[in-house]
Design a protein around this ligand. Sequence first.
Ligand code: ARG
Length: 260
Amino acid sequence: GGVMRFLARLLSVVIPLTLLIGGAANARDWKAIQESGTIKAATEGAFQPFNYYEGSTLTGFEVELAEVIAKKLGLKLEWSVVPFDAQIAALKQDRFDFAIASHGFTEERAKSVDFANPHYCTGGQIAAHKGGPLTVSALNGKSVGVQLATTYAGAAQKIKGIKTIKTYKGDPEAFSALRAKKVDAWISDKFTVKGTLDKNPDAGIVGGELVFVEKVSMIMPKGNKELAEKLNHALAEVMKDGSYQALSQKYFKEDVSCRP
Ligand code: ARG
């Protein structure tokens, strides 16, 4: 009768709608990943010394760390290179199983993705030409360059008195802008600043004050509990067997793990 027709019509709308919404969030669970034999990871490839290209080879602390983690899990690793500002959206579309691209923990990000246990601790640092603004207070009235969608952009927005914040696709672009004096200062990861300045000793640019500290983790689709457990366990294992420490020494000449 009428009721059945109504229900049938209702379902004909609700079912495709559910498929449409559900289809966008079909994260592979641990079992599916394990059965495929390959775990899919994303990184950026423009954030040295964490993830970058050496010629045509993707490398860096996080790239090598993900490789030893995958090995611990008994899986092959397949890389996707995705612009940093697109990674969270792409993760939500399940284009890969996790991203390892120096995501610092923020409440805002934690609303849409899950964070693994931190794989390093670090901070955002100011860099400027010698004689330029090297402290938070010296940024008053100045322009600052930062990478789009980063915690440095967020930190810059909170500093009162900054005249302009210019955002760039990547840190290499932000550094170039500082070098060309299109901005007065640059805020980035302290290790990225150090690595960049070491490679460009003639730029006349120096590191300044640390603006904030953060814990950096791999990010995963929300609620993928078993995957989180496996990644955290493998991370703990590589921290125990010395392979983490070897990579930390190779890239930083110090232990960058988060200590209590
Ligand atoms: N640690 C900063 C953040 O959480 C920057 C990360 C940038 N990563 C990258 N691969 N460029 O936003």
